[in-house]
Structures are given as structure tokens and as C-alpha cells.
Design a protein around this ligand. Structure first.
Ligand SMILES: [Zn+2]
Length: 464
């Protein structure tokens, strides 16, 4: 494996590449040796005292690569708790609940079959990122120092399914769901990822009528790619919800840390509106008023409006899970939601979860007496959102400066890219940090037609 391939696999938030071509066993072991050195630095303690969690998803290459990560970590003298095949959030939960110094999840999340990767977290299940940690791992992998003759660390193998599921179930009143007038009919699509084993037993315990699809982990992905954000991967569940007259459809990505919802009419539920619903549910259960809720710069105003109505305090945040988790840890925010389907929970070590949102939505439907589309109607009828639209732009900063000048009479913020706010419409444009792209999210509070007109106007400026 040539060292020139290294820079391409260390992304902003994780390591990702094609198995065999970009990441093989040898490189995995070197990453395994580098990671504890970075954690040791972050935790301010010797490598020999580190406790590091390890998990892997269902990809065909995962058993081999996880073993090499493990061997690398043990060789440095660090101690490893190996949870085996789990969802990413189970690894986060292991790191959070046992106060481990860090964790490594061997996964390529929602990517196609050929990919592999690793999500690296430090104490508190906070992701290493390009700004802090990942580039240090890369530097050490390049140096490839031999372990300094340390005694190998201790290995513990641990089954965490039962304890994790118990912890997740505490977010809802399970008995209230079980005693609903009629069992909810729910289509679930695991994309042959980790949702089946992770969430399945919980859903079964709630007495739902489940229609299981692609529910068994299978790294061949015989059904579809495990990425429900792509419309072609959602076609199946939309059709199935309509065909079976189900109350709800839920689809997860490969490592099941993100879930997406289809209402009973077959319509996709936007992440903005789901953030609003989840925030409302959590605030209604909060012990004290004024809890902080984080949402991202792309989100519909539906989120802030809902949070305020429900007695919480909304705070806008930069996009990206490291930014959410770090701020939630620091400020003790109750909940954070990103429109891309990442939902973070304070009482889940501020980690993102694909299990808890599903449980909260099911509780809401079982106890609230309204269908999913009825719950969403006030949002869909008043908030008209464009969704995220990418444009190729050579000079991102120059274009954002142009936008700032053009809309100089608006309230402007530069928390993440540029946000332009008018009374009845607003938008955010931010650069991709890996590609020459600008991403636009726009909302009108007037009408769908108004949203389209303004969207096209801003797009014309971006693409001019
Ligand atoms: Zn994922």
C-alpha cells in the first residue's frame, strides 16, 4: 500500500475508503497503533492506562479489519473492550456509559459495498475531527513508529446488546405504546445494515405490527445501498407503506445511526420537521423549563418556533457532529438535530442515535391520536423549504462575498458559510469542505411558489 493513498482516506470526521484498494489489513493495524497515542495525548494519561471500545458493522471486510485495529491497539499496550458487531451508537454508548477513553467503530456508514472506514471517538464519545485528532492519527500512521516494546494491553469481549436496549427504552413510556388502542403497523427497512439486530428487539417488545424489510445484516446489500437519503433507496419503503396501508415507514442507514421516516401517505419526512417533533416530545418530558435545543444553520424556522412554543430555548449551530456533540457536552443542551438526520441526546452521552428517534416517534403516534401526516401538516402548510441544493463553484469565498453584498439589507450571520435572514424568508449558503461546492438551503414562510421564486433567484446568483 503506497503512503500516497493516505491523505485521501482521512476525512473531516472519519476515515473512509475502498477496502483493499485504499484501506487493507496492514493500514488498519497501523491506524490501530496510532489511535491510542492520540487518545493518550488527549486524555493526558499513559497508553497502558487507556480503555478503548471497539465495534464493527456488518460489512464483509469488517471482521478482518476490526481484528487488525484491535491487534494494533493492543500492541501499544492499550486495553480494548471489543463489543463485536454493533451499530455505531452502541459503540458510542459503550464509551459514554463506561467512561472509556475512546472508541473505534469499523464502519463505512451508508456507503456502497466496496467501502470501509472507521469512526474514531475520544472520551465522552466525541468524534475526532479534521480540526482535532484525525490529522494527528494520519501523521502517526505516516510515521509508522513501531510500538515501544510495551506489554500488550488486555482484551475484554463484551455483549452490550441487552444493556444498550434497556438504556434506549428509558426514553419512552413503553407501556403506553403497548396499550395503544390498536397496534401501529410499521414498515421497517434496515437496508441489510445494523438496524435489525439493534432496534428490532425493541420494536418487537412494543407490540407493533412490523413489516420487516432488508432486516438481516448482510454486507452484500442484496436489496439496495444502505443510504436512505438517496431517493432511489427510498422507493421501496415508500411503495411498501402505501401498499400495506402502514401508519409509518422507518429506514436506517448501514450503521443505523441515522433514521428516516415516511408518513402514512408515503411522503418523506424532512429532517427539519422531525427535529421539531423530537424537540417537542423531549421538552414535554423535561423536568425543568428552558432546556436548550440545538439545530443547524440549514434548518427550517419550524424548529426554533416549535422549541419556543414548547418552553425550550433554541440555539443555532454549525453543521457537523463534532460541533454538535462538543457544544452539547459543554452547555448541557437537552437535544440537537441536524436536517441530515443526525439526532443527539444529552441523556445518551450527547451521541447521535438512530434508535431513540424511532422510539420517540412511535410513542408520539401511539399516544397522540394523530397520524404522522396530521402531526406534520402544521409544518408542511406553513414552512416551505427547498432542501439542500449543491452548485459547483470554483471560488466559494468570492461567491459568498457576492451574496453578502447583494443581500446587504438583510440580517447576516457567518456562523457556518453565510446566513441571510429576512422577515418571511431566509437562506444559508455554505461551502463543502471537500469539494468545490456551495450548498444552498432556503425557506419561505409565504408559499411554495414564493420559495421556488427566491430559490431560483439565489441559485442564479450562485451559478452566474
Ligand atoms: Zn451512519
Amino acid at each position: 500500500m503506497s503512503t500516497s493513498a493516505l491523505p485521501d482516506i482521512f476525512k473531516a470526521y472519519d476515515i473512509r475508503g475502498i477496502f483493499g484498494e485504499q484501506i487493507g489489513g496492514g493500514l488498519a493495524e497501523r491506524i490501530g497503533r496510532a489511535f491510542p497515542l492520540v487518545l493518550s495525548e488527549l486524555a493526558g494519561k499513559p497508553v497502558q492506562e487507556l480503555q478503548i471500545g471497539l465495534g464493527r458493522d456488518m460489512r464483509l471486510s469488517a471482521p478482518e479489519l476490526a481484528a487488525r485495529y484491535r491487534d494494533g491497539m493492543l500492541a501499544t499496550g492499550a486495553n480494548v473492550i471489543d463489543a463485536g458487531m454493533v451499530g455505531s451508537e452502541m459503540l458510542y454508548w459503550l464509551v459514554g456509559s463506561r467512561q472509556l477513553d475512546g472508541g473505534l467503530m469499523c464502519t463505512a456508514s451508508h456507503n456502497p459495498k466496496a467501502y470501509t472506514g472507521a469512526k474514531l471517538v475520544r472520551e465522552g464519545a466525541i468524534a475526532l475531527s479534521g480540526d482535532s485528532g484525525i490529522q494527528d492519527v494520519r501523521r502517526l500512521v505516516e510515521e509508522d513508529r513501531a510500538p515501544d516494546g510495551a506489554q500488550p494491553g488486555r482484551l475484554e469481549v463484551l455483549d452490550i446488546y441487552g444493556a444498550f436496549q434497556e438504556a434506549a427504552l428509558r426514553f419512552i413510556d413503553a407501556d403506553a405504546v403497548r396499550s395503544a388502542q390498536r397496534p401501529l403497523k410499521v414498515v421497517v427497512d434496515g437496508g441489510n445494515g445494523m438496524a435489525g439486530p439493534m432496534v428490532g428487539p425493541l420494536l418487537e417488545s412494543l407490540g407493533l405490527e412490523l413489516i420487516e424489510s432488508y432486516w438481516k445484516p448482510d454486507g452484500e446489500f442484496p436489496g439496495h445501498e444502505p443510504n436512505p437519503l438517496l431517493p432511489e433507496n427510498r422507493a421501496f419503503i415508500i411503495e411498501k407503506v402505501r401498499e400495506t396501508g402502514a401508519d409509518l415507514g422507518i429506514a436506517w442507514d448501514g450503521d443505523a445511526d441515522r433514521c428516516f421516516f415516511i408518513d402514512e401517505t408515503g411522503a418523506f419526512v424532512d429532517g427539519d420537521f422531525l427535529t421539531a417533533l423530537l424537540a417537542e416530545s423531549l421538552l414535554s418530558k423535561a423536568e425543568k423549563p428552558g432546556e436548550a435545543i440545538l439545530y443547524d444553520v440549514r434548518a427550517s424556522r419550524a424548529v426554533a418556533d416549535t422549541v419556543e412554543r414548547a418552553g425550550g430555548v433554541p440555539y443555532v449551530n454549525r453543521v457537523g457532529h463534532a460541533f454538535f456533540k462538543t457544544r452539547m457536552h459543554k452547555e448541557g443542551s437537552l437535544f440537537g438535530g441536524e436536517v441530515s438526520g443526525h439526532y443527539y441526546f444529552r441523556d445518551f452521552y450527547c451521541a447521535d442515535s438512530g434508535t431513540i428517534p424511532a422510539l420517540l416517534v412511535l410513542e408520539m403516534l401511539a399516544t397522540g391520536g394523530q397520524s404522522m401526516s396530521e402531526r406534520l401538516a402544521p409544518y408542511r402548510e406553513n414552512y416551505f423549504i427547498s432542501g439542500e441544493i449543491n452548485s459547483e463553484v470554483a471560488d466559494q469565498q468570492a461567491k459568498m462575498d457576492e451574496i453578502a453584498a447583494r443581500y446587504s439589507d438583510a440580517e447576516q450571520k457567518q456562523l457556518d458559510g453565510i446566513s441571510i435572514d429576512y422577515e418571511d424568508w431566509h437562506f444559508n449558503v455554505r461551502p463543502s469542505n471537500t469539494e468545490p461546492l456551495l450548498r444552498l438551503c432556503l425557506e419561505s414562510l409565504v408559499s411554495a411558489g414564493d420559495m421556488e421564486r427566491r430559490r431560483d433567484e439565489v441559485l442564479a446568483l450562485i451559478r452566474s
